[in-house]
Design a protein around this ligand. Structure first.
Ligand code: NDP
Length: 307
């Protein structure tokens, strides 16, 4: 059994930043990396919008650097998942997928969110070679090129509008015959973007990364029609799932699973449990925002322990 003053769950920018701050505050944090060490940034190619890297930085390299920085200040970084928690009293009890029990005086949840994918084999095949789930991260690589955004919600509209400022042509691939997005968003999109209503994606093609998508219009209807579009980039915007289910019995979440925090703080409804990064942020979902909230969570943990 491990007893720690501060347990950090997750290893994206929020988790590592929390570990750096907690380490420097001599809390000797224990950090569990989760299923995808380094988090979502390890799925992107180059990160160009994190301040301090004028030439950009490879996402994996950045997470490796953050990890080393956290280790330098004494973070005990471990592979593995937290699979069960008991936050009914402090200190808190948590269990790993290796059945190890952790007792923690404070907990920082930084488990992130996972972009939803359609589930096509081609999404994996072309991952980082034309397939992306983050227009803000990767849009810049598609300047003056043709791209498609999948989804019909507000996120898809925002991503498509963002891309329309960079790309020569943007399609939206929408499975229904309407956009689910808000009115204002819908109007903006319809002015600028070619929306392919009632289209589903069957697959992607290309010898050197994505060169096009195979679509089907009005799938299953008598007038079903197969259509190919030539594109250089395929952006998923069909929603994110925050990785918070394991905390559901104790931590207040919104209807889509994002952890609710007290406005302007990383405090949750349980004193001593903090949430940072995308697991508590349905709005911005940016590495720099996650890093900032990881810092806030560690400062809050330190203050509580010093009370
Ligand atoms: P939503 O759940 O609102 O939309 C998801 C979209 O993806 C829907 O159009 C859905 O289609 C489509 N979709 C889901 N699964 C598939 C699939 N397998 N194949 C094809 N299409 C699929 O998610 P968002 O991320 O857009 O938004 C989440 C929340 O955040 C919403 O409440 C939204 O309003 C809010 N938001 C607000 C913003 C703003 O106000 N500026 C910006 C971004 C998000 P279908 O409609 O057919 O189900």
């Amino acid at each position: 059994m491990t007893h720690t003053k501060c347990l950090i769950i997750g290893s994206g920018p929020a988790g590592y930043t929390a570990a750096i701050y907690a380490g420097r505050a001599n809390l000797q944090p224990v950090q569990y990396c989760g299923m995808q060490t380094g988090g979502q940034l390890t799925q992107t190619t180059e990160v160009e919008n994190f301040p301090g890297y004028p030439q950009g930085i490879d996402g994996n390299q950045m997470m490796f650097d953050l990890r080393q920085q956290a280790e330098r200040f004494g973070a005990d970084i471990r592979d593995g998942m937290i699979t069960k928690v008991d936050f009914s009293s402090r200190p808190f009890h948590l269990w790993t997928d290796q059945d190890e029990e952790i007792v923690a005086d404070t907990v920082i949840i930084a488990t992130g969110a996972s972009a939803k994918y359609l589930g096509l084999d081609d999404e994996k095949k072309y991952n980082g070679q034309g397939v992306s789930a983050c227009a803000t991260c990767d849009g810049f690589f598609y300047r003056n090129k043709t791209v498609a955004v999948v989804g019909g919600g507000d996120t898809a509209c925002e991503e498509a509008l963002y891309l329309s400022q960079l790309c020569s042509k943007v399609y939206m691939i929408v499975r229904k015959n309407y956009l689910r997005a808000s009115d204002v968003m819908r109007k903006r999109v319809e002015e600028k973007i070619e929306v392919l209503y009632e289209h589903n994606t069957l697959g992607l093609y290309g010898d050197n990364g994505v060169e096009g998508a195979h679509l089907v219009k009005r799938k299953g209807e008598p007038d079903e029609e197969k259509v190919d579009i030539a594109i250089d980039g395929f952006f998923l915007a069909i929603g994110h799932t925050p990785n918070t289910d394991v905390f559901a019995d104790f931590i207040d979440r919104d209807s889509t699973g994002y952890i609710k925090t007290i406005a302007g703080t990383p405090r949750t409804n349980v004193k001593g449990v903090f949430a940072a990064g995308d697991c508590a942020d349905p709005h911005y979902r940016q590495a720099i925002v996650a890093a900032g909230s990881g810092c806030m969570a560690a400062l809050e943990a330190e203050r509580l322990l010093n009370q």
